[in-house]
Design a protein around this ligand. Structure first.
Ligand SMILES: Nc1nc2c(ncn2[C@@H]2O[C@H](COP(=O)(O)OP(=O)(O)OP(=O)(O)O)[C@@H](O)[C@H]2O)c(=O)[nH]1
Length: 353
């Protein structure tokens, strides 16, 4: 799934990380920064204090952008400054592949989701709300703060963190409980925020700056360490790829998307419907409950085709592939005039199903 750095016209996923006090948001953010390889992450926090980067000795600055040697760019913003920070981090010259906002103290998750979805910064692409839950404290916290249940409902992915602090059967019970409260959102049990970054954004590969032997930098050493020690985490998710040159039926594709299994957290790619008036390239982006298509023209030499990647946990590859296969027609279904409307409802900036 690795690919070269995005062309400057590409949108940049903006991921929100929220969760109750002390649940592990900063730990998760630090893990993403450490383990995302060549992917350049922009971070928006409202307090530099605990981001684990040596250069961050500047706690307390407001609305300031800082660049770091490891490719991370960091902005401090309050709610009013959010669009300014997003504009700065997503401008092509910043070279940022994904932005992560740590929600603590800035605003309620729901408000933040709205702010990102309605942002007028052109390259911003909503990348999902990750709600971090403390497995050891969740039941006590929700008894004191019933609004936490509500927060789960807005999440696209729930990370059940600190599972090292509870017994395995408690983890199982909490996964069940959180999935019920969040009404079907994928729940990922983990410790120390160690989720696979590819659940949230694509990994980039960049050509090595110099081909001759060079001394390993601290970044290289840290990366090597984490690749060795966090390697087993890569088993925690799967990706399934599907492609076809035949036209996809829009109504059935949307049925597939609506009925997708709980563990299917992300889907991306492009779709060829081939219908009169809608023979465009529909780039699709599904994250948690959020579904968006973007319409563009095919390049002159580009073959009309569909190519999708589905990412998630506990995916049944065979079932997914046969479900997608049944969305494919031999010829575009011109008799079903309203079928495409199911897709158009989610085209451009609309659409949560
Ligand atoms: N045992 C254990 N401790 C953890 C885990 N994740 C985080 N911690 C610890 O929990 C404490 C809080 O973690 P943070 O990442 O600071 O949590 P936070 O949500 O950013 O906290 P606030 O910003 O204060 O809301 C720290 O001491 C972490 O080291 C975990 O999975 N297991």
């Amino acid at each position: 799934m690795s690919r070269e750095s995005a062309p400057s016209g590409d949108r940049v996923p903006v991921i929100l990380v929220a969760g109750y006090l002390g649940s592990g948001k900063t730990t998760l953010l630090n893990h993403l920064l450490r383990s995302s390889g060549d992917t350049r992450i922009g971070v928006i926090v409202n307090d530099f204090g605990r981001i684990n980067i040596d250069a961050l000795a500047v706690a307390g600055q407001v609305d300031t952008a800082l660049a770091f040697g490891n490719g991370c760019l960091c902005c401090v913003a309050d709610a009013d400054g959010l669009d300014t920070a997003l504009a700065r981090l997503t401008q092509p010259s910043a070279g940022i592949d994904a932005v992560v906002i740590e929600a603590s103290g800035i605003a309620e998750p729901r408000t933040l989701v709205r702010m990102v979805l309605s942002s007028e910064v052109p390259r911003v692409d909503y990348g999902g709300l990750v709600e971090v839950v403390d497995a050891a404290e969740f039941e006590a916290s929700r008894a004191r703060h019933p609004e936490l249940d509500q927060h789960l409902r807005f999440a696209d992915l729930v990370v059940l963190n600190k599972t090292d602090r509870v017994e395995a059967d408690t983890t199982d019970r909490l996964v069940q409980l959180v999935a019920e409260l969040s009404q079907g959102t994928p729940v990922l049990p983990t410790a120390h925020g160690r989720i696979n970054p590819e659940l949230l954004f694509d990994r980039r590969t960049r050509p090595a700056r110099r081909t001759e032997a060079r001394q390993l930098s601290l970044d290289d050493l840290l990366r090597e360490y984490h690749e060795q020690h966090d390697g087993h985490l890569h088993d925690a998710y799967q990706s399934v790829e599907f492609s076809t040159a035949r036209p996809v039926n829009p109504r059935r594709l949307m049925e597939f998307i609506r009925a997708r299994p709980g563990g299917l957290y992300r889907a991306k790619g492009f779709v060829h419907f081939g219908l009169p008036g809608h023979d465009d390239k529909f780039t699709v982006h599904v994250v948690g409950g959020y579904v968006r298509f973007t319409r563009s023209r095919w390049q002159r030499q580009e073959p009309r085709a569909t190519s999708l990647v589905l990412i998630g946990t506990d995916l049944d590859r065979g079932n997914l592939l046969s479900a997608l296969e049944s969305c494919v027609d031999a010829e575009p279904d011109t008799a079903d005039e309203n079928g495409i409307l199911h897709v158009l409802r989610h085209t451009d900036d609309q659409g949560v199903v």
